[in-house]
Structures are given as structure tokens and as C-alpha cells.
Design a protein around this ligand. Structure first.
Ligand SMILES: Nc1ncnc2c1ncn2[C@@H]1O[C@H](COP(=O)(O)OP(=O)(O)OP(=O)(O)O)[C@@H](O)[C@H]1O
Ligand SMILES: CC(C)(CO)[C@@H](O)C(=O)[O-]
Ligand code: BAL
Length: 358
């Protein structure tokens, strides 16, 4: 076993047994009290904390959030917690990818890079709580109306993603309120990819007078335009190729807007043309070649309220967003590279483009 993997496996062991330990320069906390004590020390030394909430399964999108946080704060705290209350009862909580060792490795590599580049900020801590820590009184409830202490942000939480995932934003707002209360960060970092989440969190911070600044960081994409997402590991080569349909559709609609079109029907028709053509093409293929997807929604909405607009106000711009479901493959082709779960898991992909004010 290499020295590195020895450290890593020791880490996994320690994670399950202790409440706080240090990985080279990064502190790992499991409990609230130790984290608060550590955070208070930073505050007394005039240091600032940027919080990056994640569910782990790190990719370049997460790293870009942490990198930005290190530009604007002396210390970055990353949380890794797969929050049960944001998953509906039939959603993918149990199969959500968990990659602790490679997550920590990615954060350590980022931290080394920050040290080399003499960044003002460094990765200071990882908070990886247990569910008993995050939900200390009642077990997490994913049903509606649900029992427990929740933060609900209406009507925002019921729009767009909220129509298909009715408990999602209640769970997100609730866990983020807990994380913000525990860490008391100067700034919190969220990705543009989950645009509705950023709008919900900004509303929560404003309505509850939370003493933190919400920073939204651009979407990291693969070279062909697919938004990076932890769930992309479920896409084998065939579904992965088809996964770009949403970003292509949104790009086409953005082009219509940039050419001066502000009418909803015209802008959205451009996006639907792309999804319809690609869908018809797939329908004509044999089961070993096709990759079928369903469009959940394509939306053109106000950037603050996320209510649908019939005309883009050029002074304000709009959010163009969508969600598709990549369905399981009907049949596997010989020698085909499959994704995690052998392409049998339906995968929800979301994406958006901000139509900027003109
Ligand atoms: N491609 C991306 N670019 C920038 N930020 C991202 C990207 N993907 C995720 N993030 C942000 O990282 C944070 C943590 O997200 P999360 O751990 O859920 O990863 P994810 O890739 O969004 O996973 P999922 O597959 O569940 O959508 C969120 O603020 C999210 O918006
Ligand atoms: C913000 C978040 C970490 C809350 O669990 C999650 O919704 C995510 O990863 O985007
Ligand atoms: N990235 C948001 C978390 C989720 O989709 O469950």
C-alpha cells in the first residue's frame, strides 16, 4: 500500500470513529461543537470563512466554487453531506454517488495549488456530519407535509424543479439554514448550474436576515457543452452523447434572443425544435443504438421570481432553464462502455442560461 493510500484508508477509518481530525493541513469535522470552537478561533484572528456546501462526488464545478471562495476569504470550509430531506421517497438517495477518498484528494490537490499560487485563501476545513448530527431530534422526513423543523420558501420552491421534486427545495433550504448557522460564514458559494437553488438561497438569506453574502459561480462544462454534474457518472457513452441535447436547445434559444427576439413563444420554439428533432432521430434507431430522453420543462422566467414571462424585459433579462430525464437504455450494444449502474438508472439533467439585459 502506498503512503498516500495508507493515509486515505486511515482517513476513512477515522471518519467513522472520531469527531474531528486533521488531514495534512485540512481539518475534518463530524460534529458541530468542535467545528464551532475552531471557527471561533478564526474569527478572533480576523479571518474570514467562505462556505461551499456540496453533496460530495466532486468534479470541476465544485472545485471552481472552492477556488473562488479562496480568492475572497482567508479560509474555505467545504461541507460534504448527502441530505436526505431533499430527495423524494422515490428519488435516487440510496444510489447517489459517494466518493469520500477522491473528494478529499481533490480538495488536498486544490489546497496545494492554492499554496503554490500564494492565494489569500486556503482550504481550511471539511464538515462531513452524520444525519443524527444534522437532524438531532426527529429523523429526516421526505414526505409531504412531513414532520420536523423545515424552512419553506414559497412560491419559489414549487416552481420548475419543484413541480417534479416537491420536497427538494424545502430540504435544500432546511439543510443550508443548518449549515449557515453552524459555520456562520462571511460568504456562501453556489453554482449557477442549479439556478433555482441560487434564487431560493438568496431569498432565504434576505427574508431571514442571515448575515452572509451569496456568491453564484458560473457553470463548469465539458468541452461539448454538457454541464458538469455528479450524476453524469451514470451516463455511459451513448446516453452521455445524447446528454448535450438540453444545452444545445438552450443555446439555440439564447441565439434567438441575442438576434433581437424577446417573445416567449419564439424563443422557446427554437429550443423545442432542437429537442423534437433529436428525439425523432432517436425514435427511428434500433434498441441497441437509441438513447431516449423526456423533456420535463423548458422555461423562460423572471430572474428574481422565476415566474414564467411572456416577453423578456430587455432591462432585466431572463432565465432560460430546462430539465430532461435520460431514460435507461433499452438494450446494450456489444462492447459498449456503460455508466455506473449499467445505464439502468434514469438520470435527471438540468441546465440554464442567463439571458442578460440588453
Ligand atoms: N457544473 C457546475 N459548475 C459550477 N457549479 C456546480 C456545477 N455542478 C454543481 N455545482 C455546484 O456545486 C454545489 C454542490 O452541488 P452538488 O454536490 O449537488 O453537485 P452536482 O454536480 O450539482 O450534483 P447533482 O448531480 O446532484 O446535480 C452546488 O452549489 C452546485 O450548484
Ligand atoms: C446545496 C446542497 C449541498 C444542499 O444539500 C445541494 O443541494 C447541492 O449540492 O447543490
Ligand atoms: N445539485 C443539487 C442536488 C440535487 O439535485 O439533488
Amino acid at each position: 500500500m502506498s503512503a498516500y493510500s495508507a493515509v486515505r484508508s486511515r482517513t476513512s477509518l477515522l471518519l467513522s470513529e472520531t469527531s474531528c481530525f486533521a488531514l495534512r493541513s485540512i481539518h475534518v469535522f463530524r460534529d458541530v461543537a468542535q467545528l464551532r470552537q475552531h471557527r471561533r478561533g478564526l474569527l478572533l484572528n480576523g479571518r474570514t470563512v467562505g462556505l461551499v456546501p456540496t453533496m460530495g462526488a466532486m468534479h470541476k464545478g465544485h472545485i471552481s466554487l472552492a477556488r473562488q471562495a479562496a480568492k475572497e476569504n482567508t479560509d474555505v470550509f467545504v461541507t460534504i453531506y448527502v441530505n436526505p430531506t431533499q430527495f423524494g421517497v422515490n428519488e435516487d438517495l440510496d444510489s447517489y454517488p459517494k466518493t469520500w477518498d477522491s473528494d478529499i484528494k481533490a480538495l488536498e490537490e486544490l489546497d496545494k495549488d492554492l499554496e503554490k499560487s500564494k492565494s489569500i485563501g486556503r482550504i481550511n476545513a471539511v464538515f462531513a456530519p452524520t444525519t443524527k448530527t444534522m437532524y438531532p431530534v426527529l429523523p429526516p422526513d421526505s414526505t409531504l407535509p412531513g414532520t420536523g423543523s423545515f424552512v419553506t420558501i414559497t412560491p419559489l420552491a414549487g416552481l420548475l424543479e419543484g413541480k417534479s421534486r416537491p420536497v427538494f427545495f424545502r430540504g435544500v433550504a432546511t439543510v443550508c439554514m443548518k449549515l449557515f448557522n453552524i459555520v456562520e460564514p462571511e460568504r456562501v458559494y453556489f453554482g449557477q448550474k442549479d439556478v433555482q437553488q441560487t434564487v431560493v438561497i438568496k431569498r432565504m438569506v434576505k427574508d431571514f436576515h442571515l448575515n452572509t453574502e451569496v456568491r453564484v459561480i458560473p457553470t463548469e462544462r465539458e468541452p461539448d457543452g454538457l454541464a458538469m454534474s455528479s450524476r453524469n457518472v451514470y451516463l455511459g457513452e451513448r446516453r452521455r452523447r445524447m446528454g448535450i441535447v438540453l444545452s444545445l436547445a438552450l443555446k439555440a434559444a439564447e441565439t434567438a434572443y441575442k438576434m433581437g427576439n424577446t417573445n416567449r413563444d419564439d424563443i422557446l420554439a427554437t429550443a423545442w425544435d432542437v429537442t423534437n428533432v433529436m428525439s425523432i432521430q432517436q425514435d427511428g434507431l434500433p434498441p441497441t443504438k437509441k438513447s431516449i430522453f423526456e423533456v420535463d420543462y423548458i422555461s423562460l422566467a423572471d430572474p428574481d421570481t422565476l415566474e414564467e414571462v411572456s416577453e423578456v424585459d430587455p432591462a432585466k433579462g431572463a432565465v432560460l432553464s430546462g430539465a430532461i430525464k435520460m431514460l435507461p437504455l433499452e438494450a446494450e450494444a456489444d462492447g459498449e462502455r456503460l455508466g455506473l449502474g449499467d445505464d439502468k438508472v434514469p438520470v435527471r439533467l438540468i441546465d440554464n442560461i442567463m439571458l442578460s439585459p440588453q
